[in-house]
Design a binder for this molecule. Structure first.
Ligand SMILES: Cc1ncc(COP(=O)(O)O)c(C=O)c1O
Length: 359
């Protein structure tokens, strides 16, 4: 079976994790510090703050931005639930705005700002950087960069596109530490708030003095050891993803009913997912194609089968069908194909020919 994702784990990872266990410095120690320093250097930001998941990072970043009860935060309904849930964790209100069907992300032309809007939370979905027009709207921008490590706009890297950004290092991400997350920002005050919040409201200098509410969102050195090895391979992984995506784009360009993903000029899409749209002009429905791929030993994914606002969790808040028509349409068309760096050329060719034979 060709899997939709496959974490790369090496003998060096096993040796480095073992060395951490033998060292006795297991949590928030030298490996975490080294990972933070290397992340900040890679992204070109002043600060990188490690946490134990992308969700913890989003919650922490919203706290640092001062988001609180009664505030409204704009985000997209076409994503994983973590971003909207983080807004709810701060007792703030989720304001969904529909997506653009080409970018799969927040459509800036649909954003309406009110007195209560306190931040915008775009998602750099599938590894494509969010629309930078969002940075011109006069509000703090938190980039959910959980899927976009290594992406670029001009000479700026993901992690340094917004006021504050959050990466996930979950097992299937472009780089991973099994579980983990990283917050990046150039703002000294927010960075300090993040460091306190991840550690029960204590600052690193003053233990057992509690300044405000906080959580245990600390990363372990065991995880950081894996993250460091992965970060060293990020460029190699990213180049392989882009190569696979380019091969698919060329192969599917002329097939009626397949819409391939685009990369705007001057940006770098890092293809956490390679996601095509299957429209009515294709010979099979999206789900029939998925089944056909499965019968041929090819895994695929649907990210995401239903927009957030149509789940009971959000319907309770008054959202209903028809609220975000583009997200609703796109969720019925998207299909993600394996694009990970461990794919062989033969596997990529097999995926291409299995789809081409359906046209
Ligand atoms: C877009 C997006 N946001 C947030 C998250 C949450 O990250 P984590 O699973 O590390 O908490 C993920 C990944 O799962 C994600 O893909």
């Amino acid at each position: 079976m060709i899997n939709i994702s496959k974490p790369v784990i090496t003998e060096k990872d096993i040796a480095d994790v073992t060395a951490v266990l033998r060292s006795g410095m297991i949590v928030q120690g030298p490996k975490v510090q080294e990972l933070e320093e290397k992340f900040a250097e890679y992204c070109g930001t002043k600060h990188a703050i490690a946490v134990n998941s992308g969700t913890a990072g989003l919650h922490t970043a919203l706290y640092a931005l001062g988001i609180k009860e009664g505030d409204e935060v704009i985000t997209t309904p076409f994503t994983f639930v973590a971003s909207a849930n983080s807004i709810l964790m701060q007792n703030a209100k989720v304001v969904f705005v529909d997506i653009d069907e080409e970018t799969f992300n927040l459509d800036p032309s649909k954003i309406e700002i009110t007195d209560k809007t306190k931040a915008i939370l775009p998602i750099s979905l599938y590894g494509r950087p969010y629309d930078q027009k969002i940075n011109e709207m006069g509000l703090p921008v938190l980039d959910d960069a959980c899927q976009s490590i290594g992406a670029e706009v001009g000479d700026k890297k993901s992690g340094n596109l917004a006021d504050i950004s959050v990466f996930s290092l979950y097992a299937t991400k472009n780089i991973m530490s099994a579980e983990g997350g990283m917050i990046t920002t150039n703002n000294d005050e927010w960075a300090e708030q993040c460091r306190r919040f991840r550690h029960h409201g204590q600052s690193a200098q003053t233990r057992y003095q509690y300044f405000d509410i906080g959580y245990n969102y600390r990363m372990t050195d065991i995880h950081a050891a894996i993250g460091l090895n992965q970060l060293a391979k990020l460029e190699e992984f990213t180049i392989a993803r882009i190569k696979n995506a380019t091969a698919y784009n060329e192969a599917f360009a002329e097939i009626p009913g397949i819409i391939t993903p685009t990369t705007p000029a001057g940006t770098r899409h890092v293809f956490h997912q390679y996601t095509i749209r299957i429209t009515a002009d294709f010979s099979l429905s999206r789900d029939e194609l998925r089944e056909h791929l499965k019968e041929n030993g090819i895994g695929s994914g649907v990210y995401y089968p239903k927009p957030l606002h149509l789940h009971p969790h959000f319907e309770k808040m008054g959202f209903q069908e028809g609220d975000f028509p583009v997200a609703e349409k796109i969720s019925k068309e998207v299909l993600s194909l394996p694009v990970h760096p461990s794919l062989t050329e033969e596997e990529v060719q097999k995926i291409i020919s299995t789809i081409q034979e359906c046209k």
